[in-house]
Design a protein around this ligand. Sequence first.
Ligand SMILES: NC(=O)c1ccc[n+]([C@@H]2O[C@H](COP(=O)([O-])OP(=O)(O)OC[C@H]3O[C@@H](n4cnc5c(N)ncnc54)[C@H](OP(=O)(O)O)[C@@H]3O)[C@@H](O)[C@H]2O)c1
Length: 316
Amino acid sequence: MEANQFGKQGWTPERIGDLRGKTFVITGTTSGTGYEAARILLSKGATVMMLNRNPKKSADTIAALKQTLGEKIDVSAIEMDLSDQASVKYAAQQVKASVPQIDALICNAAIAQVPSRVLTKDGWESQMGTNYFGNFTLQALLFPLIEKSKGRIVTVGSMGYDMGLKTIKFDDLNWEKDYTPNNAYSQSKLAQIMSAYELQDRLNASDHSEVKVYACHPGSSRTNLISTNGSFMMKVIFGLMKLSPLTQTAEKGAYPELMCATEPELDPAGFYGPTGRSNWVGAVGAHPIEPHAKDKAISKRLWELSEKVTGIKWNV
Ligand SMILES: NC(=O)c1ccc[n+]([C@@H]2O[C@H](COP(=O)([O-])OP(=O)(O)OC[C@H]3O[C@@H](n4cnc5c(N)ncnc54)[C@H](OP(=O)(O)O)[C@@H]3O)[C@@H](O)[C@H]2O)c1
């Protein structure tokens, strides 16, 4: 394996410079990696706009951040339910009315391991609808603001991309047959990662190549992910894992997304996360990604399908 480009300790937030004057939009900051990423960006002087589904939790998050960092931090929240296309569209309108440009959109929010098959308001399996189609629409609608600052889109994926079916189940995208929480979650994260590389290819082939798109993941981090939606059994398993050295803090889990949002000269073709055991923990940097995540025929087909079913045209 190649040496970590950031040295033995890997990437850490000490590398982030002064972020005053820069605007970051981040989804899912009420807990876990999203909270930690927002906190660290704010501590460097950034303007942070949070997109969360629960206004009460947003208010509590802002209060906690102010208590930690002081009243002067530049933080705000807009309500957005990523599982609901109408809510995503309305939130994007509000973002556009509030900030002139976006330096990085960090697509962090997700649900995982939903015990049984549930459909979103728009009729998609809940993990695919929230984690994948929600982000597809959000990214497209905010793209003009990102382009204004020659900014970045950061997709927070998962090593789950390499579990489950390892491809897109085009003939049964809603899991009418053979639903399992793990396969459905894994597919939604694979779809997110595939579309990040596909978007970068499309931007490179167009006049929009100054925007960069990055795919990363937090390894195995102690957050609320499983406790929010997982089955009783998953909660027990993850509860035990949390006690082992195979997991890390939520703060460390935030480093890959922070790196992708701020580090200059990062290669968008890379995949970023912890480089230690199983890529679950350890120094943060680039590490290999399996070829199925960059299967061009599948990602092109997924992109075209996504434009069709969301009704969102990217024009790139
Ligand atoms: N933790 C891990 O080991 C791990 C491993 C691989 C990948 N990941 C990825 O890391 C990212 C962050 O997850 P986390 O581990 O930090 O989990 P977390 O603590 O559960 O945080 C998830 C965030 O997403 C928000 N969210 C969920 N559904 C939403 C919706 N429909 N609309 C808007 N916001 C929504 C949650 O809000 P509420 O407070 O309202 O629920 C919360 O703020 C996710 O993309 C996840 O797939 C995590």
